[in-house]
Ligand binder design. Structure first.
Ligand code: HEC
Ligand code: HEC
Length: 192
C-alpha cells in the first residue's frame, strides 16, 4: 500500500513537471516524448496503474483524450495533460500511438479455472462482440489483451461504480457482471 501511495504521489509530481513542457512543445514528436515519461518510451508504462497506449486502437485513443479534456473521464494525472492538447494534436497522437507495436508485458497466462470463469463472463455479456476476437479491439473499441492486470481491474471497477462515467453502456455491462468475476477477467485478459 505504501508503494502504491508513493507511486501515485510521484505521478502527480510528474504531471506538474510535464504540463508546462507540453504547453511549450511544438511538434508531435516533442509531445510524444512527454507522454513517454509516464506511458513508457518503449511502450511499457512506468507503473501498473498506467495503461499501455502503444498499439491501442486509434478511435479509442482519440475519444479518451477528448473525454479527459472535456471532463467526461476524470483523472487528476491525465486531465491537466489533455488540457494542453487541441483536437489536431489529439488526432495526431492517437494516430501515432495506434501505429506503435503493443509491448509484451510478460504477464502470466491465467490458470485454467480462472480462464474458465472469464470465458463464462464472456458468454454471458459477449465482451468479444465489441472488443473483437482475441480481445484485440477495433476502431473505438479498445484492445484489452495484454493490458496491465491492475489497470484493467481498476478501470472495470471504476465503470461499475460510475467513477469512470464516459461510457454509460460499459458501466451498465459492468453492473450486470458480478463484482467478484472482474478480478478473474482482468487476470485472463492480462495474460493474453
Ligand atoms: C503524469 C503521467 C502521465 C502523462 C505525462 C501522460 N499520461 Fe496518459 N495516462 C496516465 C494515467 C495514470 C492514465 C490512467 C488514468 C485513468 O485511469 O483514467 C492515463 C491514461 C491515458 C489514456 C487512456 C488509455 C486507456 O486505455 O483508457 C490515454 C489515451 C492517454 N493516457 C494518452 C496520453 C498521451 C497521448 C499523453 C501525452 C500527451 C499522456 N497520456 C501523458 C498518466 C500519464
Ligand atoms: C456493447 C459493446 C461492448 C461490450 C459488450 C463490452 N464492452 Fe468493454 N468497452 C466498450 C467500449 C466502446 C469501450 C470504450 C469506452 C470509452 O470510450 O471509454 C469499452 C471499454 C472497456 C474497458 C476499458 C479499457 C481501457 O483501456 O481503459 C474495459 C476494461 C472493458 N471495456 C472490458 C469489457 C469486458 C470485460 C466486457 C465483457 C464483460 C466488455 N467490456 C463488454 C464496448 C463494449
Amino acid at each position: 500500500m505504501k508503494n502504491w501511495t508513493t507511486s501515485v504521489g510521484a505521478l502527480a509530481v510528474m504531471t506538474l513537471a510535464i504540463v508546462p513542457r507540453l504547453a511549450a512543445a511544438q511538434s508531435i514528436e516533442e509531445k510524444v516524448e512527454l507522454c513517454a515519461a509516464c506511458h513508457g518510451d518503449k511502450g511499457v508504462p512506468i507503473d501498473k496503474d498506467t495503461p499501455v497506449i502503444s498499439g491501442q486502437t486509434q478511435g479509442y485513443l482519440y475519444f479518451q483524450l477528448r473525454d479527459y479534456k472535456s471532463g467526461a473521464r476524470k483523472d487528476d494525472r491525465m486531465a491537466p495533460v489533455a488540457q494542453m492538447l487541441e483536437r489536431p494534436d489529439m488526432l495526431a497522437l492517437a494516430e501515432y500511438f495506434s501505429k506503435q507495436p503493443w509491448p509484451a508485458l510478460g504477464q502470466p497466462q491465467a490458470p485454467a479455472d480462472v480462464a474458465a470463469r472469464a470465458q463464462r463472463t464472456n458468454t454471458a455479456v459477449a465482451c468479444t462482440g465489441c472488443h473483437q476476437g482475441e480481445y484485440q479491439g477495433e476502431g473505438t473499441q479498445p484492445r484489452l489483451a495484454g493490458q496491465w492486470k491492475d489497470y484493467l481491474l481498476r478501470t472495470m471497477l471504476d465503470f461499475r461504480n460510475r467513477k469512470r462515467g464516459n461510457n454509460p453502456g460499459m458501466s451498465d455491462l459492468m453492473l450486470a457482471t458480478p463484482e467478484d468475476e472482474l478480478a478473474p477477467m482482468a487476470e485472463y485478459l492480462a495474460g493474453r
